[in-house]
Design a protein around this ligand. Structure first.
Ligand code: WQD
Length: 341
């Protein structure tokens, strides 16, 4: 049976995408993940949810020979989803060289292997952070990119620019997916965001605060030029994000893509403020959150949300989950991991 390689398959979005691949397609799936920000125990959860085993190759994608060996061992591979990257905005500011080396070297090695082993369908995990501090909202794929505000975002922007030249020369078709703010977990409650390092993203901070893992949470600024002064983001359920990857693969494998380099926004199109997200969580779970409003966090943009009409029209992708459902699935996951600790 045709196989899909998922790099970063033990990570948050990677593991959820594997779950959706195993539930909704007939592909065989293997993961390449060196565990730098994930743990292989996610594979047991994938087995519990889907009933299927997934093999993970614990390989550093910056090691070309080791990566090459994985492709050689999986000659039936017809597509790749490349999630593996360091992705903490704050950490990238403190460790720029680590981010530039890891994120670029790994991408280039994976592309080289795809060329060498004739894997023609490549889905790349990009980010709305390539837009920088945009002024015109909602953001479409044609919105002019402003200056990126972190090395992390810069690695995603450089990756997109490199892939454009590569797509012209190599016999590989690429779809780049610009995620807005992925949140939530598997509806079973048995998979979700589980980074090795303490999370800094809003929703895991909310659920850790609600469950007592954190005594309180901070709201970074309520003096922005937005509805209620707090930052606005486009939160999108991780299952919706995962489904977009399946639709992108389908488009490339069927050859209905109109170019070897296609970019799609993945967001709901609804901007939600931090305070509105907190309210949605409290209403959904009936758990009151202990939060304190403090000054702004450096690097935050006031507002960004998407126009994802292009993905709807060309991929047939329609987000299924609203902010309340995102919060309830995130809460279910937090209660699950708390019960395991
Ligand atoms: C959201 C809002 C914070 C924590 C993320 C990823 C980035 C990219 C885009 C994929 C901001 C506020 C947060 C807290 C808070 N995704 N906040 N208190 O910064 O939009 O970026 O999505 O590539 O990789 O990092 O997400 O969840 O950190 O912040 O007030 O304890 O919540 O100030 O306004 P962000 P986030």
């Amino acid at each position: 049976m045709a196989k899909i390689i998922v790099t970063g398959g033990c990570g948050y979005i990677g593991s959820q995408t594997i779950i959706e691949l195993l539930k909704k397609t007939d592909f065989d799936v293997v993961s390449i993940d060196n565990g730098i920000n994930s743990s292989e125990n996610v594979l047991e959860r994938i087995k519990m949810i889907t009933g299927k085993e997934v093999k993970n190759y614990c390989v550093d994608l910056c090691d070309y020979e080791a990566t090459q060996k994985v492709f050689k061992a999986n000659p039936d591979t017809i597509g790749i989803i490349h999630f593996a990257a360091l992705k903490s905005v704050g950490d990238s500011v403190n460790n720029p060289v680590l981010y530039y080396h890891n994120n670029m070297e790994s991408l280039l090695n994976v592309v080289k292997c795809c060329q060498e082993f004739n894997v023609k369908n490549f889905i790349f995990s990009s980010s709305c952070s390539v837009y920088g501090n945009v002024q015109s909202l909602p953001v479409t794929e044609e919105t002019a990119l402003s200056e990126v505000v972190s090395p992390y975002a810069h690695t995603k922007l450089m990756a997109e620019q490199m892939i454009k030249f590569i797509a012209d020369q190599y016999d590989i078709n690429f779809i780049l997916l610009r995620y807005f703010n992925p949140v939530g977990g598997d509806l079973s409650g048995m998979n979700g965001e589980d980074p090795v390092n303490p999370p800094s993203n809003l929703v895991p901070v909310i659920t850790q605060t609600a469950s007592g893992v954190r005594e309180k949470m901070l709201v970074f600024g309520d003096d922005y030029d937005t509805r209620d002064g707090s930052c606005v983001r486009d939160y999108i359920h991780v299952i919706d994000i995962a489904d977009a990857h399946l639709k992108g693969l389908d488009r490339l494998i069927k050859g209905t893509n109109t170019s070897s380099y296609e970019i799609y926004n993945l967001g709901t199109g609804n901007g939600v403020s931090v305070l509105e997200a907190i309210k949605a969580f409290e209403e959904e779970t009936q758990v009151q959150l202990n939060y304190e409003i403090v000054p702004r966090r450096p690097g935050d943009v006031a507002a960004i949300y998407s126009n994802s009409e292009k993905a709807k029209k060309e991929l047939g992708w329609i987000p299924q989950y609203n902010i309340r459902e995102m919060m309830s699935s995130a809460w279910k996951w937090q209660l699950y991991i708390n019960s395991k600790n």
